[in-house]
Design a protein around this ligand. Structure first.
Ligand SMILES: [Cu+2]
Length: 250
């Protein structure tokens, strides 16, 4: 069947974000644990050593205040600057993830009667941001414990549905989309909260009873032919096998 279960995503923006956050986690971790271990060993008293009582600790008396203004300011300002930087760094990918359906990076819904219409023609820039000429609308419904896909009015070459069987998961619904095209999934749940997780797109979004949510599915030319869709919100007994398959073709 050749379904890749690899966890890699086909969208470089998320890999870039991941690497950047890991880098800062390593730097902050090295400083915090370096400091901790340095002080733990450096300030250890020797056996029998009598040290001056710098904090003037006495039973029943609040210890002497031994603060250091420079330290207090440093550990307030530095994490704040880091958070501001990470927010700035995440802005472009997050903005692309939640771009408007009204003239955002994917334009407007495709006008199939327009003589100039030639599909989404999506392209990925060097940052991994995908933009499109226009997009197609599909519907996804979550329920305990399966996904339903609806291609609405789209031609079969653009969107198709079916079923397939997969080891462990049994019979699963299949969503078949075209490479180079961008889809806006309009989603709902008819019972509890679910979330389709499109593994190779690196995206997921909740489906919520009584509320419409949306998710961009920008199928780039480099997308793998087959990938998995899982449920990313715990939704009851069969949550772990609430799977589907995304097939993409040229
Ligand atoms: Cu679910």
């Amino acid at each position: 069947m050749g379904l890749e279960i690899a966890m890699s995503v086909m969208t470089p923006i998320f890999e870039g974000l991941w690497d950047h956050y890991i880098l800062w986690s390593v730097i902050v971790g090295a400083v915090a644990f370096g400091w901790l271990y340095h002080h733990s060993f450096w300030f250890t008293s020797k056996d029998g050593e009598k040290l001056p009582n710098v904090d003037e600790i006495e039973i029943g008396v609040f210890p002497k205040h031994n603060d250091d203004m420079r330290l207090e300011v440093a550990w307030t300002i530095l994490p704040f600057l880091l958070i501001v930087w990470l927010t700035y760094y995440s802005w472009e990918p997050l903005d692309a993830m939640w771009t408007s359906a009204d003239g955002g990076v994917h334009g407007y819904e495709c006008d199939y009667d327009d003589p100039e219409y030639s599909g989404s023609n999506n392209v990925m820039d060097s940052n991994g941001i995908i933009s499109s000429d226009c997009y197609h609308v599909i519907e996804i419904t979550g329920q305990q414990w399966f996904w339903s896909f609806d291609c609405l009015e789209l031609k079969e070459s653009l969107c198709d549905t079916g079923t397939d069987s997969m080891e462990v998961y049994g019979s699963v619904p299949v969503l078949s989309l075209k490479k180079g095209e961008t889809y806006l999934a309009v989603m709902e749940s008819i019972d509890v909260t679910h979330a389709p997780w499109f593994q190779h797109l690196g995206t997921k979004e909740d489906t919520v009873p009584g509320q419409e949510t949306t998710l961009w599915l920008a199928i780039s030319e480099s997308m793998t032919d087959e990938s998995m869709i899982l449920c990313a919100e715990y939704c009851g007994d069969a949550h772990s096998i609430m799977a589907a398959k995304l097939v993409t073709h040229n």
